[in-house]
Design a protein around this ligand. Structure first.
Ligand code: TNX
Length: 513
């Protein structure tokens, strides 16, 4: 039932990510009254009330004591996780989730399709049946290059959940700082969290802060995936434990990057405030390093209810290759022994002793070069699945226009909104079947990102393109899964995003309406 024409998509705000099945109904749809009747679970009513009130400038509120036609919200156990049905007609609106997450996504869709008419607000007549393509739909925030307080992280959770993303990956350590309290290793936050890029303020999350983030995410059906980046990206570890790290490797490459960005060279034992990567390494093969990784992983695992724990593995250019393979294998085993599923960046896929089932995160290009895809296939060969984060499509920290003040360009130049949209996960990596893809994640690295507004400016609207790749049917499987339709649909979201306080960039590629 996919009979809708793209023209209809332009006529009103249509959902992003695109639902599996959408059929426009007959008639005028459902007019929202100042106090619209609602039935359902209190928490869900609360979330929907806030969304509706924001979208309608406070003109519509939902009232569970009102009578007459209204909105019914329910969970009806069904097989497909996270799925929902939404039916709107002049008689009322029904949103039915297959589970609590499905209902949550149903109300996000409902808020997206509210439209303003002459004398008020309405939901157009429509029938939607929707379910996600991939189980893992993520966004990553790098809080190491620049630190962001808890409230900002909660804002990112709200923004991502609204687009049906269900994992928040927090990049909690890097050369510039260690951002999470580890009770068994208090020196990390005491000695290695105080700085950030460019001399900006550092900071860290206490165990309590982290618990607050995890709980807030869970209430929005989002799982937190913590990352401690090892064995490279560990300059800050050396501020707390000088004996655990090697001296910085000041290679030709590092000198070039430092030159190109007017950045600084790292100095052992001093906080690093530059943006170069690939110069630091843990000391490999010593009992002290193994004890350190075991302690950090054990504490983080105990603090984290979700199944995944990410231990990095990227850009370890300061680590000897043989030592690297041994280290990532050890780290993946330590994570598995702590009861979590290890996740690592794709470089680790070349290590033959990686713990079976380790998840690989691919950050190569849409058209792989230099054996990036081969490394990614290594995870699949060992029974693991892949999270796809092709840097030249979903890296939210790439500039989206040549004149953008924020962002980097190393991933094949500017990542326009069109380029962020126009790639197909299912056919990107040869020899990787759909069933081997756990999902999609859009990372925001924060070298150039300093404020909440900076986050929004780089994230939107491209995060919506990543959400569509993660949630919606494959390219070619739905008439509206096209760039032309996407730009029309996403253009209709400006008012909702404004109402939610999202400081998005009105990219000239999108017909905002
Ligand atoms: C590469 S992609 C990195 C990060 C940088 C990012 C900037 C990856 C796993 N590592 O260390 O922050 O580029 O775009």
């Amino acid at each position: 039932m996919t009979g809708t024409q793209p023209r209809d998509a332009a006529a009103s705000a249509w959902p992003v990510p695109l639902p599996r099945d959408v059929v426009a109904g007959e008639g005028p749809g459902f007019t929202l009254r100042a106090r619209t009747a609602v039935t359902g679970d209190r928490t869900v009513i609360g979330i929907l009330t806030n969304l509706v009130s924001a979208r309608t400038n406070g003109e519509v509120s939902l009232d569970s004591t009102a009578t007459g036609p209204g909105i019914s919200l329910a969970v009806m156990d069904a097989e497909t996780p996270e799925s929902y049905r939404l039916a709107a007609s002049a008689d009322g609106i029904e949103v039915t989730g297959s589970d609590a997450a499905g209902l949550f996504y149903g109300i996000q869709t409902l808020a997206q399709v509210i439209e303003q008419i002459d004398d008020g607000w309405r939901i157009p007549a429509v029938e939607i049946a929707d379910a996600p393509r991939f189980a893992y739909r993520g966004v990553m925030l790098d809080v190491a290059r620049h630190f962001f307080p808890v409230e900002v992280v909660l804002g990112v959770i709200d923004r991502a959940a609204q687009l049906k993303l269900n994992h928040l990956h927090l990049h909690l350590s890097d050369d510039q700082g260690w951002r999470i309290e580890i009770p068994s290793r208090p020196e990390l936050t005491m000695l290695a969290s105080g700085s950030a890029i460019g001399g900006d303020d550092g900071g860290f999350y206490t165990a309590e802060d982290y618990a607050q983030i995890v709980a807030y995410a869970a209430a929005r059906h989002m799982t937190v995936v913590p990352e401690i980046d090892l064995p490279g990206h560990t300059h800050a570890v050396g501020l707390a434990y000088p004996d655990l790290v090697e001296p910085p490797v000041l290679s030709e490459h590092i000198r070039e990057v430092v030159e190109a960005y007017g950045s600084t060279l790292p100095v052992a034992g001093e906080p690093y405030e530059g943006i170069a990567v690939g110069f630091s390494s843990l000391r490999i093969g010593t009992p002290a390093t193994e004890a350190f990784v075991t302690d950090v992983v054990a504490d983080l695992a105990a603090m984290t209810p979700g199944p995944y724990l990410h231990v990095g593995g990227d850009e370890a250019l300061g680590t000897d290759p043989g030592g690297y393979a041994a280290f990532v294998s050890l780290a993946s085993r330590i994570v598995a022994d702590a009861g979590k599923v290890p996740v690592m960046w794709h470089e680790a896929g070349a290590a033959s002793d990686l713990h079976p089932g380790t998840i690989g995160q691919y950050w190569g290009f849409v058209s792989p070069i230099d054996g990036m895809d081969e490394k990614a296939r290594g995870f699949v060969a060992r029974g693991g699945r892949l999270i796809l984060s092709p840097a030249d499509a979903v890296y939210l920290d790439m500039k989206d226009a040549v004149d953008s003040e924020l962002g980097l360009t190393w991933a094949n130049g500017v990542t326009s909104v069109e380029r962020a949209y126009t790639w197909e996960p299912g056919s990107m990596l040869e020899g990787v079947a759909e069933s081997a893809i756990l999902g999609i994640e859009a990372p925001l690295w924060t070298e150039t990102v300093r404020t909440p507004d900076d986050i929004d400016t780089l994230m939107f609207p491209r995060i919506a393109a990543a959400a569509e790749a993660a949630w919606s049917p494959a390219t070619g499987e739905h008439p509206l899964r096209t760039w032309e339709s996407f730009r029309e649909r996403v253009g209709g979201h400006a008012r909702l995003w404004d109402a939610l306080g999202i400081h998005f960039r009105r990219s000239p590629e999108i017909p905002w309406h």
